[in-house]
Design a protein around this ligand. Structure first.
Ligand code: ZN
Ligand code: ZN
Length: 384
């Protein structure tokens, strides 16, 4: 079995939805027109239980199957990115400086495609909960939806999501049990000294040498404190200070990102960075002030649900990798996987520009494959 025939039959309609969404990208929590479009489509499929306005512009909808059974959540993210599109596509963004460069338009079309099929056929028991979330790229709309209680409110027992993947062949599913994407934390630090005339350093407390030393010492968190077989990225990406060649500045500010795959390595990195900033600065007679912000946790797939999802993927596609090495990007579906067991899978769309590149565009040929995956997953997990 491959793509479900009925879904292949409305592939063009799915592409049409996607092109509409692509023309009208929205950012962060403010995905109101996108949500209205989703609600309209769901209504035309005969879905009546629709809850808009969760996490500002998120939408949750329920498709009732035949009789009691499991409750499974399927998630699509809806937000675009603040960047100028350069695809030249007929359906290119109509909003300057804004585009769907991460394929979330395609994620919506795939989940709508599955919803249309499942609402039409209802060959399953229990309930399917469709989750359309905003703000994946920014502040974690997935987290907000979990905090607003969607898991309890809709009785969700398991959750699944797909993300388009320009690094994979068309129709290639890639996943793994355990960590699949990283935690993404960020830090900003200020090295505070005392400024003055650059010709009289003895009258100042120069923050510059301390900043260099902190920058060097931060490199040792990965090379000296982390198990060589574990994964950690510490990237110092910003350094700002000074205004003229004859002035020692009062302060230097720096910042960067920390990516990790396990809670242990994540904790260790934060502790080491805190110690380095405060004690190296103290050694240089200046003050190191650190702001450390924990953002998305690692995306950790649950073993049983991942095995099951990979089996479903094999029904839909001959190309399935179920032992993918984890990636150091991040995903706010991680919060849903903290709340409920489930799995996150990449779906290859054929090689092309990377996500977050101005020439990236979702490949509509992948949509029937993704929609069939969601539909088969429900028909198997909720078999009558
Ligand atoms: Zn993205
Ligand atoms: Zn994305």
């Amino acid at each position: 079995m491959a793509v479900i025939n009925r879904i292949a039959g409305f592939a063009e309609e799915m592409a049409g939805w996607r092109h509409h969404l692509h023309r009208h990208p929205e950012l962060c929590l403010e995905c109101h027109e996108t949500a209205a479009f989703v609600v309209d489509r769901l209504r035309t499929f005969g879905i009546t239980e629709i809850h808009p306005g969760i996490a500002t512009s998120g939408v949750v909808a329920v498709i009732e199957g035949q009789g009691d059974g499991p409750v499974t959540g399927l998630r699509a993210d809806m937000d675009a990115l603040p960047m100028q599109e350069e695809t030249g596509a007929d359906w290119a963004s109509t909003v300057p400086g804004r585009m769907h460069a991460c394929g979330h338009d395609g994620h919506i079309s795939m989940l709508l495609g599955a919803a249309k099929y499942l609402a039409e056929t209802r060959r399953f028991k229990g309930r399917v909960v469709l989750i359309f979330q905003p703000a994946e790229e920014t502040i974690g709309g997935g987290r907000i939806m979990v905090e607003e209680g969607i898991m309890e409110r809709f009785g969700i027992q398991e959750v699944y999501a797909l993300h388009t993947d320009p690094f994979g062949a068309l129709g290639e599913f890639r996943t793994t049990p355990g960590p699949i994407m990283a935690a993404a934390d960020e830090f900003r630090l200020t090295v505070k000294g005392q400024g003055g005339h650059a010709a009289y350093p003895q009258t100042c407390r120069d923050p510059m040498p301390a900043a260099f030393a902190i920058g060097q010492a931060l490199q040792t968190v990965v090379s000296r404190n982390t198990d060589p077989l574990a994964a950690l990225v510490v990237s110092l990406t910003m350094i700002h200070g000074g205004s003229a060649s004859n002035i020692i500045p009062e302060a230097v500010t720096m910042g960067g990102t920390v990516r990790s795959l396990t809670p242990e390595v994540r904790d260790m990195a934060q502790t080491r960075i805190t110690d380095i900033v405060t004690s190296v600065a103290a050694g240089y007679g200046v003050e190191g002030i650190l702001e450390y912000e924990r953002n998305y946790p690692p995306t950790i797939n649950h073993a049983e649900q991942t095995r099951f999802a990979a089996d479903i993927a094999r029904e839909v596609s001959p190309l399935v990798i179920d032992d993918l090495p984890p990636e150091m990007g991040a995903e706010d579906f991680s919060y849903m996987l903290q709340a409920r067991p489930g799995a996150f899978l990449f779906l290859g769309q054929g090689h092309g520009p990377s996500v977050h590149h101005p020439a990236f565009d979702f490949n509509d040929a992948a949509a029937p494959i993704g929609a069939s995956f969601f539909a088969r997953l429900i028909e198997q997990r909720h078999a009558l």
